[in-house]
Design a protein around this ligand. Structure first.
Ligand code: NAI
Ligand code: MG
Length: 329
């Protein structure tokens, strides 16, 4: 088993090595390969995702990607490395769970957002003549069927009850309509699951009002991005929000948060998002569900015992939290 470790920028450099230390304590035979990506890499090497990083990620098949800093304005030659990596590795589905954890967020919450990961407004085709700017929103039948298949298969395997298809087909009947129709087509093969659909604005309102009422949400790329950040707010915030990018035989574990320049360098970033992302890698990619559950329970145990980083009101450092998780394991 091999893991390609891409820490990236800012707190990625802090949470990723610590989370890997925990994983190595569980899997002593795990080989790790470290690789560069991000803003610092762009400044040093002229590319945010060097060819060597892509090759290492492909070779390992499993990646932990921390976070990178991205400029808010267009910079010539810079493209987001995580967006490229997801596309290059063919990670078609992004799984973003929000779970109640001891003492953080709302109780009784267990929502899984499955976000299409390769197209929609993220194809990066923007044009402007200075007065009119246009972005391409591309939805294909193939990508929509593929992500729907992953969402329904995962929901069925996990014994979940309902999948809610999120779209805005009243305004975008061709693009979002195609996504919705593909999801409906896949749903017919899963009669054990209830299916409903919701316009994205209504989904945002209902998520804000009663997030516990949702089970699985299946959404195109942009809506999934926004709704999963909203859901994360009810589950203890960005410090604990985990995700997994899933492809054919490849997966990228990825904490949802960014490089957090406001706290970087202090050694206090919350490693829970990275640890729970690794648990998803154990369960869905390496097919080691017992290890995944062990890691999740250890994290929950440490939180329940009151060891927390400052974002959750505690005073533990990143390393001290991981020490406690290793002791719990
Ligand atoms: P952010 O997620 O980096 O930070 C938002 C807030 O949450 C900050 O107050 C931060 O301190 C806190 N936070 C985030 N993760 C935390 C953790 N593990 N422990 C404790 N507190 C945590 O988002 P922001 O500030 O909007 O973006 C900062 C940079 O990160 C930007 O350059 C942005 O482009 C990049 N970014 C990268 C992402 C990625 O690599 N996937 C995702 C989101 C943003
Ligand atoms: Mg996001």
């Amino acid at each position: 088993m091999k893991l390609c470790v891409i820490a990236g920028d800012g707190i990625g450099q802090e949470v990723v090595p610590q989370a890997v230390r925990v994983l190595q304590s569980m899997l002593p035979a795990l080989q790790t390969v470290t690789a560069d990506a991000g803003w610092a890499t762009f400044q040093q090497q002229g590319t945010a995702l060097p060819a060597a990083t892509l090759a290492a990620a492909r070779d390992c098949g499993a990646v932990l990607f921390g976070a990178v800093s991205s400029p808010a304005r267009a910079v010539a030659g810079y493209r987001s490395p995580i967006v490229q990596l997801r596309r290059q590795l063919g990670c078609h589905a992004n799984l973003r769970p929000t779970l109640s954890l001891p003492g953080c967020g709302l109780p009784g919450l267990d929502v899984l957002i499955v976000r299409e990961n390769t197209e929609d407004l993220y194809v990066g085709e923007e044009h402007s003549d200075g007065d009119t700017a246009t972005a391409v929103k591309r939805i294909t039948r193939a990508a929509s069927l593929r992500v729907a298949e992953s969402a329904f298969a995962l929901a069925a395997a996990a014994g979940r009850r309902r999948v809610t298809i999120v779209h805005k087909a009243n305004i975008l009947p061709l693009t979002d309509g195609l996504f919705r129709d593909c999801a409906r087509e896949v749903a017919t093969r899963y009669p054990q699951l209830q299916v409903d659909e919701m316009l994205v604005d209504t989904a945002a309102l209902k998520l804000a009002q009663a997030p516990q009422a949702f089970d699985v949400l299946l959404a195109p790329n942009l809506y999934g991005d926004i709704l999963s950040d909203l859901a994360a707010a009810f589950g203890g915030g960005l410090g604990v929000a985990a995700s997994l990018n899933l492809g054919q035989g490849v997966a990228i574990a990825e904490p949802v948060h960014g490089s957090a320049p406001d706290i970087a360098g202090q050694g206090v970033a919350n490693p829970v998002a990275s640890l729970l992302s690794l648990a998803m890698l154990l369960r869905h990619h390496w097919q080691l569900p017992a290890f995944a559950t062990q890691l999740e329970l250890a994290v929950q145990h440490v939180l329940a015992a009151g060891t927390r980083t400052p974002d959750l009101g505690g005073s533990a450092s990143t390393a001290a939290f991981c020490d406690a998780v290793m002791a719990a394991l």
